[in-house]
Design a protein around this ligand. Structure first.
Ligand SMILES: O=P(O)(O)OC[C@H]1O[C@H](OP(=O)(O)OP(=O)(O)O)[C@H](O)[C@@H]1O
Ligand SMILES: Nc1ncnc2[nH]cnc12
Length: 175
């Protein structure tokens, strides 16, 4: 599948000079969406993933479908003020601002095999916060999977330096 041709690029969004890679166009295409779920899951089919941790909000769309495909449960890593029970939180900087992620303190069990999922990795701040939360819960992070990697922003390298395996379906260089 030529995923790149399915992703819409918005050259100057949100008026901060970044090239926004819009996955809604890929997700609205039934064949591309199904192929992406298959391709993202394939390396992990026999790895006994017991939970997929999806990052709010676009990571929920892929992560939910991947959890069903892998026979795993789903764990939401959410923006502040959304999760109803007791949480741990991690703050991070973004290309365009700062934010935080929360995880329920009973979201994972010690040693649980967890796959971290999001639509895109840029600076890696968001995914790194996810890794820190999962490690707070003593989960075993199988890998982190993304539709898109923007390697110039260094996020995938940062995750690998943290000892996390990273896979993606598409890379865009020059942001
Ligand atoms: O690697 P980073 O530099 O941290 O950036 C990647 C994150 O940015 C986007 O989410 P955003 O925070 O825009 O939230 P959204 O999914 O709610 O649109 C994207 O979906 C990733 O979660
Ligand atoms: N360039 C980009 N396009 C879409 N989502 C993003 N999240 C962080 N950087 C992004």
């Amino acid at each position: 599948m030529d995923y790149k041709s399915k992703i819409r690029t918005i050259p100057d969004y949100p008026a901060k000079g970044i090239m926004f890679r819009d996955v809604t166009t890929l997700m609205s295409d039934s064949e591309a969406l199904a192929a992406a779920i298959e391709d993202l899951c394939r390396p992990f089919e026999r790895m006994n993933v017991s939970k997929v941790a999806g990052i709010d909000a676009r990571g929920f769309i892929l992560g939910g479908a991947m959890a069903v495909r892998l026979g795993a449960g789903f764990l939401p890593l959410r923006k502040p003020g959304k999760l109803p029970y007791e949480t741990w939180s991690e703050s991070y900087a973004l290309e365009y601002g700062s934010d935080a992620l929360h995880m329920h303190t009973d979201g994972v069990e010690e040693g649980e095999q967890v796959l971290l999922v999001d639509d895109l990795i840029a600076t890696g701040g968001t995914a790194e916060a996810g890794v820190k939360l999962l490690r707070k819960g003593k989960a075993d992070i199988v890998a982190a999977a993304f539709l898109i990697d923007l390697p110039d922003l260094g996020g995938a390298r940062t995750l690998r330096e943290l000892g996390v395996e990273v896979m993606s379906l598409v890379t865009f260089t020059g942001h």
